[in-house]
Each structure stands twice: as structure tokens, then as C-alpha cells.
Ligand binder design. Structure first.
Ligand code: MLT
Length: 314
């Protein structure tokens, strides 16, 4: 039997390459191909597997051209850069790595929360300018505040755990969260309206699906308490960005911390430069530890599938 062949078309840790080889898979490491759609289309037919991070868009056209593809692996959690219906129709297994970057992403959400309520990015920029604006940056303590966690799965549950450690009250909306798990985590399971009416800070940790798209709609944002904060390190499409701007401008909301945007890469945005908004360029999973973890996991899973048909996280 010929050796299966995988293309790595995004910037994955090179540890993945070694794992593929050790497990009997031939691999081409071409991290710039993800941004070169035409080139990717012309070469994809040679491969049994495609390993991606975020830059590669595994569209229906790529999948159609990938006549030999058997598996697409995403080194990360979300698979929204892969056309799942097209892959399924073509009999291609799509895998993700749901655990490898969860701690890192949860830590980013907590970091964004603190940065937001203490205006750390704004204060840092001002101090670098030599302004010493000590009275301009009065912050808010998180101690005793209510954190509303929307989506209490792999990442949300770690955020909740860290927030409990910070002595916050944590309430969670997640239809899949059992009462037992909520008790174990030290959180109160609530419905969405209750969360919106009680949270001082809301943090989003759901995938983007038809059910969660726009979960913080204009109506729902308006249900938040006056002075509430919003943290989004999950997916841009979960929040109505225009409504968010309006409610920040109207003084209903105190601030928003955004790591993700409806359209990415986001190089222009109506919220950029807003004094109540802090922003990072989808850095949630960007630590060396997380990237190593997801690269190892995706390579192991894909190699196991291609060499012995073992399926995990599909
Ligand atoms: C993910 O889906 O795992 C995250 O959005 C992180 C990423 O890979 O950029």
C-alpha cells in the first residue's frame, strides 16, 4: 500500500511534520499555500489529507479538486473555515482538536476581562506618551461581580473555574450544561434572559452555529444591565457589532473586549478606535503551548485515520 500523503497548508508547529513522518505518513509542509487559493487548487489532488489552521479556506472548490482527500484536520476548535456539507458529501472526515488550546483561550478571555475593566491598553498607550493620566483610568474590581458565561463547554468551563478563583459569582447559560456539572464547577445554570439581566460582565464561549449566530443581538444587548461589559474571544458572528457600537455610544454598556470579528482579518472596523473597546487580532489560541498541543493532536489524529482508520474528534 502506498504511503498516505498529507499537505500542511497553514503555519502549524513543525512538530506536526515529525509526527506524520514517525507514523508512516508522507507530508509536505507548505505554510504559505493557505493564502494562495489557485496554487492550493492545483496541488490538492495529490493529497490524502489536508491539515489547516485558519488561513486555509477549505471551500467546496478545494474539496472538489481534492479527489484523493480522505481527511481534513483543523489544528484548533472551530471548523468554520471548512465547508462541512461539501466534505461530508465527498466522504471526507473533518477533525478538530477540541482540547489543545482551551486553557490558552480561556486565559485570553480572563486577560481581556481585566484589561477591559482596568483600561490597561488605554492606560499603557497614554503612559507611553508620557501623559501620566492617573485620574483618567478609574477601574472596576471583578471581586464579587457576576460573570455571565454563555457556553460552558471546554473553554467556558475553564473561564468559569478561573473566575470562581477570582471570587466572582459565575452564572452560565448552556443548554448542554448539566446541573451536576454546574455544581462541580461552582456556577449557577440560568436561562439566557436571566444571565443578561444579572451579569456585570458577559463572556462568550460558544461555537458559531445557526442557533448561536447573533446570540448577543440588539435586543439581547439591550437587556444587559446598564454599565455591563462584553468580552468576546469566541466568534465574531455571535454579537451584533452595529448594535454593540450603538449601546456603547449611548452609555448603556461600559465597554467591550473583542478578539474576534464578523469578518476576519479585520483591518477596518467601526469599533476600531472606540474609547470603550479593546481589541486583539484573534489571539485567543496564540501561545506556543497551545499551538504545539493542537499541532501534535491534529497530526496524531490524521495519521491514525490515514494509516489504520481510527477516528477521533470528527
Ligand atoms: C479555534 O477555533 O481553535 C480558535 O479560534 C483559535 C484559532 O485557531 O485561531
Amino acid at each position: 500500500m502506498p504511503m498516505p500523503k498529507v499537505l500542511v497548508s497553514d503555519k502549524l508547529s513543525e512538530t506536526a511534520v515529525n509526527i506524520f513522518r514517525e507514523r508512516g505518513v508522507d507530508v509536505d509542509f507548505e505554510p504559505s499555500l493557505g493564502k494562495d487559493k489557485e496554487k492550493l487548487l492545483s496541488v490538492i489532488g495529490q493529497y490524502d489529507g489536508l491539515a489547516v489552521r485558519s488561513a486555509t479556506k477549505a471551500t467546496a472548490a478545494i474539496i472538489e479538486a481534492g479527489k484523493n482527500l480522505k481527511v481534513i484536520g483543523r489544528a484548533g476548535i472551530g471548523v468554520d473555515n471548512i465547508d462541512i456539507p461539501a466534505a461530508t458529501a465527498a466522504g471526507i472526515v473533518v477533525m478538530n482538536t477540541p482540547y489543545g488550546n482551551a486553557i490558552t483561550t480561556a486565559e485570553h478571555a480572563i486577560a481581556m476581562m481585566f484589561s477591559l475593566v482596568r483600561s490597561i491598553p488605554q492606560a499603557s498607550a497614554s503612559t507611553h506618551l508620557g501623559k501620566w493620566e492617573k485620574s483618567a483610568f478609574m477601574g472596576t474590581e471583578v471581586f464579587g461581580k457576576t460573570l455571565g458565561v454563555i457556553g460552558c463547554g471546554n473553554i467556558g468551563s475553564i473561564v468559569a473555574d478561573r473566575a470562581v478563583g477570582l471570587k466572582m459569582r459565575v452564572i452560565a447559560f448552556d443548554p448542554f450544561l448539566t446541573e451536576e456539572r454546574a455544581i462541580e464547577l461552582g456556577v449557577e445554570k440560568v436561562d439566557l434572559d436571566t444571565l443578561l439581566s444579572r451579569a456585570d460582565i458577559v463572556t462568550l464561549h460558544t461555537p458559531l452555529t445557526d442557533q448561536t449566530r447573533n446570540i448577543l443581538s440588539r435586543d439581547n444587548l439591550a437587556k444587559l444591565k446598564k454599565g455591563a461589559y462584553v468580552v468576546n474571544c469566541a466568534r465574531g458572528g455571535l454579537v451584533d457589532e452595529d448594535a454593540l457600537k450603538d449601546l456603547l455610544d449611548a452609555g448603556h454598556l461600559s465597554g467591550a473586549a473583542l478578539d474576534v470579528f464578523a469578518t476576519e482579518p479585520a483591518t477596518e472596523h467601526p469599533l476600531f478606535g472606540h474609547p470603550k473597546v479593546i481589541a486583539t487580532p484573534h489571539l485567543g489560541a496564540s501561545t506556543s503551548e497551545a499551538q504545539e498541543n493542537v499541532a501534535i493532536q491534529v497530526a496524531e489524529q490524521m495519521a491514525d485515520y490515514l494509516t489504520r482508520g481510527a477516528v477521533s474528534n470528527a
